[in-house]
Ligand binder design. Structure first.
Ligand code: PLP
Length: 428
């Protein structure tokens, strides 16, 4: 069933505003951050107006309500991705989720009494060091690249990576050799924020698991846009951000298999994550609390849970289909403009709704500026995926990204806007 986009847009007052010289806003930058519906804002406000308190700390009624709100949100997010509540760690963002894992793994590598892995422990099995390899890909956002680069630098492990094909998909021709018996971790995106490509994570995971490696998936661009079920994804861990899925900023999620979380030492330490504290040393709570030091972001968790409700009420499969329709229309419209090159797959097969492109003789920043004058918000630059741009031979691109509230008319406005930019810069 197709989406009732007019009804959806009514839930997002920001989409009714005008920008620059009175043009209606055409928001094509949801890949960077999505807009929030009234239902999400109301949920955060209602919690803040009636129950605001430090979860897991107060003995008073408000503290109890805050704890219930936080744990209710955890269960809601778990259900959204087919996980168990105890496997959901609230983080600050997708970026923090990746860093949490990478630092917990390096803490596993140095957690023993002599600064090495504590032999025979579950943590030791996850530790990496010289001789071990971590495999990433050239499609990765810096958030799923630099934490692993840094982990290698801290531990002496070696970073290896999959390249990309000219149409911006993963080049898996060396899948069976790049992932080998030395591989401990494979970190791969479920959907590229530049080319929209959706790598076959389950297939990669099959190879990785056969070699004893764990798979960390970046869900920042997949969880908001497609049905994601961690039980069938192949991944052992997955991270994503609330603000890209109609939720608030300042909260993200790290999901990991319960046994993996149980084996890992903490990353950030402090209040709310301890069992017993003595001056000589401390012991820590089981997951997820072990990884959630400090007063948790309860209002944000409530907002994220409301975003899950909103998305599920519309249907993730229906949202994915709507975006597929918009993407097909955009790919066709852009293919008809001479001088425009889409950096990414030209069909909607295994592809999401982020479309990056170049325009001959017009710098992406200039394209973005003309579009902005017309009221069309897009992103320009390397989109935090610099190695991919280098590999594809472009310095920067312009990116349009779609969500459930975008319309075919907005796709047409994008195409018209690109033509206007070409005329303005004499590139036609
Ligand atoms: N991964 C991908 C694919 C992204 O697109 C982004 C953000 O653009 C991130 C990770 C990082 O998300 P955040 O900045 O919310 O931590």
């Amino acid at each position: 069933m197709s989406l009732d986009v007019a009804a959806i847009r009514a839930d997002f007052p920001i989409l009714a505003r005008t920008v620059r010289s009175g043009n209606p806003l055409v928001y094509l930058d949801s890949g960077a951050t999505a807009q929030r519906p009234i239902q999400v804002l109301d949920a955060e406000r209602a919690y803040s107006l009636t129950s605001n308190a430090a979860a897991h700390r107060g003995t008073h009624l408000l503290g109890e309500e805050a704890t219930d709100a936080l744990e209710g949100a955890r269960a809601r997010v778990a259900a959204f991705i087919g996980a168990e509540p105890g496997e959901i760690v609230f983080t600050k963002s997708a970026t923090e989720g990746a860093n949490l894992l990478a630092y917990a793994i390096s803490n596993a590598a140095t957690g023993g009494p002599s600064g090495g892995p504590a032999a025979g422990t579950a943590a030791a099995a996850l530790a990496v060091g010289p001789g071990d390899e971590i495999v990433v890909t050239e499609l990765e956002h810096h958030a799923n690249l630099i934490p692993w680069q840094q982990l290698c630098q801290r531990t002496g492990a070696t970073l290896r990576w999959f390249g990309v094909t000219q149409d911006g998909r993963l080049d898996l021709s060396d899948l069976d050799t790049l992932i080998n018996d030395r591989t401990k971790i494979v970190a791969v995106t479920q959907q590229s924020n530049v080319t929209g490509a959706m790598p076959p994570v389950a297939r990669i995971a099959e190879v990785a698991h056969a070699r004893g490696a764990i798979v960390v998936a970046d869900g920042a661009q997949s969880v908001p846009h497609h049905p994601v079920d961690v039980r069938t994804s192949g991944a052992d861990a997955l991270f994503f951000s609330a603000h890209k899925m109609l939720g608030p900023t300042g909260i993200g999620v790290l999901w990991a298999r319960a046994d993996l979380l149980a084996a890992l030492p903490p990353f950030i330490t402090g209040g709310s994550m301890i069992e017993v504290v003595r001056m000589e040393g401390s012991t820590f709570l089981p997951p997820p609390e072990r990884f959630e030091a400090g007063v948790p972001p309860v209002a944000q968790a409530v907002g994220l849970a409301a975003a899950c409700d909103y998305l599920d009420a519309i249907g993730m499969a229906e949202i994915a289909e709507h975006e597929r329709m918009l993407t097909a229309r955009a790919l066709e419209a852009l293919s008809e403009i001479p001088g425009v090159r889409v950096v990414g797959p030209l069909t909607t097969q295994d592809r999401g709704g982020a479309i990056s492109f170049t325009v001959d003789q017009v710098h992406p920043h200039d394209v973005g500026q003309v579009l902005d004058e017309l009221g069309i918000a897009v992103r320009t630059g390397h989109h935090c995926v610099w190695p991919l741009h280098r590999s594809l031979g472009v310095q920067a691109t312009t990116r349009a990204s779609f969500y459930l509230y975008n319309t075919p008319g907005e796709v047409d406005a994008l195409a018209d806007g690109i033509r206007t930019a070409q005329k303005f810069f004499g590139a036609l």
